[in-house]
Design a protein around this ligand. Structure first.
Ligand code: AMP
Ligand code: ZN
Length: 490
């Protein structure tokens, strides 16, 4: 049975969906004001494996991952400029141009990492009405107050009423209160720990919406409470995100849901650990980052060569999602070797000699792989088991072990399930892309042949149509004395 480490209880717990076979999972998505870095990608890949394994277990998963396109201010204390607005100002673009550009970039990178798209990808700006409604609910229930056109969550009142603010992040409330700097008398907040549900927009603030409290914009934590419960219900199974989001973001989400609906909303909280570079957390704000594109192209002095996205994926899956992982060129070189060795062995499967009976027990291998994943998605253990299977493949090849043809087929399916469906690895792409290019070339030769036939039949309408339609798709045909050739425009 699948066990998941629940950050709320600090324990691995058997996973029991609220409404099987359905599973609702919400993961905090990126703030799209800049390129996603490899650290962001690691967190999304960790949850991609969770999504994939739940599907492999035949759960019907609704995976919601949001796009933060408003409300995330430069620091966590409800101050500073909106990250998206700031970038828009610097680049002299509309905020929504920034959002579009980096959302497309994010999708593109995640596709290269072979991450499955979520079932729903809602954006904060697309849910302003629902966010205003939740602020209103929290106000009506008495857990928030309006101050100068902004609305703040009243943390002290919430705690005084017996709620355990800090239960998710493990923060001690007294320390929290003494650790935050005192209010300067100018503050709109009753208490420094209070957080914004709605912020009044200053006159120069361009991302603004009308609300019962005047023109403003939602607080960052609100969108996730709103969109998770809108699409998954007031009680849902899994909420994930990076470890750095535990406080204040997720702690505030718990408080908001309790204040609005009277429940925590989330059954299992999952937190993925950080990717580090030179021992320090990879982070957009400090500039200690590597971008996925730099790794795929090798254009970074940190790297001795380019690495394929699948090598990166393999590298990340060699660590457990709750452990930190430090990236280095040496570690990537080692991952590349391991990844190639695994694929070489999988490639040998179809040519293995078969015997009347097997010395290997395929079911037992299935149990070992499942045990690894059932233990809180333990991908490093699964990979170690897969390498044991690689040794077995080599033994079969050299005649030291035997496998029947039935078992070989089952073994092949089992390995493909775990390597491709669960871990989401793909065969090295050169072969893939060469195969696809060959197929594209063959298809174009068929079209050229048909067009030549149309010309021979003096069917100019058809021959022109073929040429024009291809041209529209960026494929230009050229008629020369040696026949027709084509070029593909990028
Ligand atoms: P952001 O775009 O900053 O809101 O971050 C998007 C996601 O990436 C969040 O879940 C963060 O927790 C996660 N994240 C940020 N930095 C790292 C890192 N160095 N390693 C792993 N995940 C990270
Ligand atoms: Zn969130």
């Amino acid at each position: 049975m699948l066990h998941i480490f629940n950050s709320l209880t600090g324990k691995k717990e058997p996973f029991e969906p609220i409404n099987p076979p359905f599973v609702g999972m919400y993961v905090c998505g990126p703030t799209v004001y800049n390129h996603v870095h490899l650290g962001n990608a690691r967190t999304f890949m960790s949850f991609d494996v969770v999504f994939r394994y739940l599907r492999y277990l035949d759960f019907k998963v609704r995976y919601v991952r949001n796009i933060t396109d408003v409300g995330h201010l430069e620091n966590d204390a409800d101050e500073g400029e909106d990250k998206i607005s700031k970038r828009a100002r610097i680049e002299q673009l509309e905020p929504m141009e920034i959002v579009q550009q980096y959302t497309v970039g994010f999708h593109n990178i995640m596709a290269q990492f072979n991450a499955l798209p979520p079932s729903i990808e809602p954006s904060a700006t697309g849910h302003i009405v629902e966010q205003i409604q939740m602020v209103q609910d929290i106000l009506n229930n008495g857990w928030a107050y309006e101050s100068n056109g902004s609305v703040y969550f009243d943390v002290k009142k919430y705690i005084d009423a017996g709620h355990d603010y800090g239960k998710l992040s493990g923060r001690n409330v007294d320390e929290l209160f003494s650790g935050t700097r005192a209010l300067d008398g100018q503050s709109e907040k009753r208490n420094p720990m209070d957080f914004a549900l709605w912020k009044k927009a200053s006159s120069e603030h361009i991302m603004r919406w009308p609300s019962p409290w005047g023109d403003g914009f939602p607080g960052w934590h609100l969108e996730c409470s709103v969109m998770s419960t809108k699409y998954l219900g007031d009680a849902f199974d899994i909420h994930g995100g990076g470890m750095d989001l535990k406080f204040p973001h997720h702690e505030c989400e718990v408080a908001q849901c309790n204040a609005a609906h009277g429940t925590d909303a989330v059954n299992v909280w999952m937190h993925a650990n950080m990717l580090t570079l030179n021992g320090k957390r990879m982070s957009k704000s400090t500039g200690n980052t590597l971008l996925p594109q730099e790794i795929f192209s090798g254009e970074n002095p940190f790297l001795s060569k380019p690495y394929h996205p699948m090598v990166l994926r393999f590298f990340m899956l060699q660590a457990h999602y709750r452990s930190t992982l430090d990236i280095s060129d040496a570690a990537l070189l080692a991952a590349e070797k391991g990844y190639n060795r695994l694929h070489e062995a999988l490639g040998m499967l179809s040519d293995l000699p078969t015997s009347a009976s097997s010395t290997i027990d395929v079911d037992h291998w299935g149990e070992r792989f499942a045990a690894a994943m059932n233990d809180d998605f333990n991908t490093p253990v699964l990979i170690a088991e897969l390498f044991d299977a690689v040794k077995e493949i080599h033994r079969i090849k050299s005649g030291e072990a035997a496998i029947s043809s039935d078992d070989l087929q089952r073994f092949d399916t089992l390995l493909a399930d775990y390597v491709y469906s669960v871990l989401g690895l793909q065969p090295q792409s050169e072969k893939n892309s060469n195969d696809s290019l060959e197929k594209l070339d063959a298809a174009l030769q068929v079209l050229i042949h048909l067009r030549n036939q149309a010309r021979a039949d003096k069917n100019w309408a058809l021959s022109d149509d073929i040429r024009d339609q291809l041209m529209e798709k960026g494929i230009v045909l050229k008629d020369g004395k040696d026949g027709t050739t084509y070029t593909i425009q990028s």
